[in-house]
Write a protein of this length. Sequence first.
Lengths: 250, 250
Amino acid sequence: MTMTIDHALGRKLERFARLSEEDHRALRRLREAPLREVEPRADLIAEGDEPAVVRLSESGWACRYKHLPNGRRQIVGLFVPGDFCDLNVYILRHLDHSIGAISKVRYYALPPHMIEELVHDRPRIGKALLWNELVQASIQREWLLTLGQRNARERLANLFVEMFHRVRSIGLAGDGKFEFPLTQTDLADTTGMTPVHTNRTIQELRQEGLIDMDRRHLGICDLAALSRLAMFNAGYLHLDREGETLDAAN
Amino acid sequence: MTMTIDHALGRKLERFARLSEEDHRALRRLREAPLREVEPRADLIAEGDEPAVVRLSESGWACRYKHLPNGRRQIVGLFVPGDFCDLNVYILRHLDHSIGAISKVRYYALPPHMIEELVHDRPRIGKALLWNELVQASIQREWLLTLGQRNARERLANLFVEMFHRVRSIGLAGDGKFEFPLTQTDLADTTGMTPVHTNRTIQELRQEGLIDMDRRHLGICDLAALSRLAMFNAGYLHLDREGETLDAAN
DNA sequence: CGCGCCGTTGATCCCGGTCAAGTTGCGTGG
DNA sequence: CCACGCAACTTGACCGGGATCAACGGCGCG
């Protein structure tokens, strides 16, 4: 079951500001941009490239990652449908990281002027986009906390709970079970651990009845316990409808 | 030796866009905002507070940090003079982290409308500020790479080289020696290690003739070797004058 | 002059890394 | 329909970087 991207995106942005019918129309117009498709494991854009377009994910999962010269890889961000991969980075001359597809990804390649016009014509959307970027930055800070201070079980637990909330917020995980296409190696590169230890830790969580995970699905069996283990603090996702005040009627 | 903040800030922003005399005048006017002072170890703002002003650091070092319920602390960002602590976060309802002073910090408390007017009146400054935020985000990504994939020596080496470049870019470290007020405990909270291991690792780097560090100064003795050890890749700081094109004359 | 923070040192432990082999499952082609 | 191949997952044995626990020394400050 797929959903149109302006739907997922609109749904996300509405967490910050209630959008008018006109706003939603403007978002739907983003679908006029070319739709591109990349296979799993392929790059959307690689480090050093000059970013020319803004990528808006339509379906599939992708990740932002960086390499060290010794070959080690760190995933520094995950994208689900409705996420902008690089809303602003076209400002920078060269990209300092790469973006790769995890599952098959389809995305809209928006020319920067399209964003600039959208922000100009629909200031409430512009503000919501800024808010969205701030949430992304907040997630990055939480990931720093995770890598610096959480142990193996806490790292995985926190990632699972976060992604559950993020996927649910776009309406794709109502029942606690959702598509989760990361391999254990991807998980290892995300949590800064080895694949072997990632595997063993996942098995622990499984045996304790906290999660139910197969090759491409993740089930959260005991959200409360998992959140407690992770020391999950929902605040950083800013899930509460912060922008009740910023109403379309105003 | 202190320097006026608009000087440090202007210098930084000019890495992206050449500013006109009018632009510089507008930056200088930021100094009309109230100047506040906080003692070392005190907070500028704490998690959960409602951010009401934009803080522009004038002198001293500060850090952004997060706590886990078990008491562990992670520093997720460092601020030197001329840095905005939270250019945009007043958009968010509640702060998801705290900002604390490391040395004595003086900062301008800018009302949000002052920034909004500045960005509106001087679009080139607005664009330079956006660029500056993107560089901050890039630094966060590199820190994720550090915490996930670098070992103890590499972590410290990378931090030292990064801060050297950042301090030099505001004109405070011409000779490779500069003020560095972090305690070893602060360093431990930044690198995700224990104070004990931080201490031992610093001693290694000292004995190898890479650094020269006393209670509040850091000297980079062998920048090339330290950069190599850290696998430092200057790209993420976007130090090259990226915005030659965005000239004030245009 | 004494208290507290910071840096230093030593002894010991353990979480997670490393190395090395399987095993399972799925897509591909004969 | 089966054989093959590859990628992902699993398991076991061992190792080691960094954590932990516990003192102690130095220096800045009241």
